[in-house]
Write a protein that binds this ligand. Structure first.
Ligand code: HEM
Length: 250
């Protein structure tokens, strides 16, 4: 065994090892938990997890897939901002140029577009998984509500991004979408006007959708995803832990 090696033992007992890791060789429960709690990356995880929650078929990694697609969209979105100007004169031309003259421009745009589709699909499937495993029950009701807001923000990001290419498809899709929203009782008409910045889709709408798409919605997504993941940790890891504990006790 590696730990019986005199050289390894000397290293583990040295003050250099202790000053960096602050615990001994992880061959007892205390040192194992210290490894988790005192490491900047590992402390995000619980000290103990049930075997069931580690099974790929429990969560299908859908929450993580949604998180990674958000990170991918942030990265490709920032790169797209180097080329795109939210002006009715330039937006469409910028997108065409991005696809035809910018190196890897087509790839960049497609990664952002397909990433957006993936995030919506993954978030919906993740919600379905949480529902069917009953993981929305006590004590995770709060995280379910955070999840619902996350889903609405994800859909909002897709909707606002749709106008930005400023082609016929986006123009008419947003015209139809905002007209439907305008029929909502009481809040419909003012909401439609606030979104569009006028009576119809134009320059003001493009700037508003752009601001919502690149700043407002991603900021709230980042904040709420952080709270969501922190809550998973504080609620004692994934619900599978309790389900399997109950089964083991029975
Ligand atoms: C941007 C969207 C979302 C992201 C990035 C996200 C991310 C995550 C991650 C990484 C986990 C850890 C477990 C796993 O991978 O399944 C998780 C768990 C959870 N999520 Fe989400 N989620 C999102 C949307 C939602 C939605 C729409 C709901 C429900 C309405 C929801 C409710 C929950 C609940 C209740 C848990 C705890 C599950 C358990 O204990 O088994 N989340 N989420």
């Amino acid at each position: 065994m590696l730990r019986n090696n005199p050289l390894v033992q000397k290293l583990v007992n040295s003050s250099v090892w202790k000053s960096i890791f602050r615990h001994g060789w992880p061959d007892n429960p205390l040192d194992r938990s210290l490894i988790m709690t005192q490491n900047v990356f590992l402390h995000l995880h619980s000290v103990k997890v049930s075997k069931k929650s580690l099974k790929a078929t429990y969560s299908f990694g859908l929450g993580l897939l949604t998180t990674f697609s958000f990170l991918e969209l942030t990265l490709t979105g920032i790169l797209l901002m180097f080329y795109y100007v939210p002006s009715v004169e330039r937006a469409f031309v910028d997108i065409v140029e991005l696809q035809t003259t910018v190196p890897f421009g087509q790839l960049l745009r497609n990664m952002h577009r397909w990433g957006a589709h993936l995030m919506v699909i993954a978030a919906v499937l993740h919600m379905v998984r949480v529902f069917f495993t009953g993981a929305y029950k006590k004590p995770r009701e709060f995280n379910w509500i955070v999840g619902v807001i996350l889903l609405l923000l994800t859909l909002g990001a897709s909707f606002t991004g749709y106008l930005l290419p400023w082609d016929q498809l986006s123009f008419w899709a947003i015209t139809v979408g905002t007209s439907i929203a305008g029929y909502a009782p009481v809040i419909g008409p003012p909401m439609q006007k606030i979104l569009l910045g006028g009576a119809e889709v134009g320059q003001e709408s493009l700037v508003r959708f752009y601001a919502l798409h690149v700043m407002v919605i991603p900021t709230f997504l980042l904040l709420l995803i952080s709270i969501h993941l922190w809550r998973v940790r504080k609620d004692g890891g994934m619900a599978a832990s309790e389900i399997s504990d109950e089964n083991e006790a029975a």
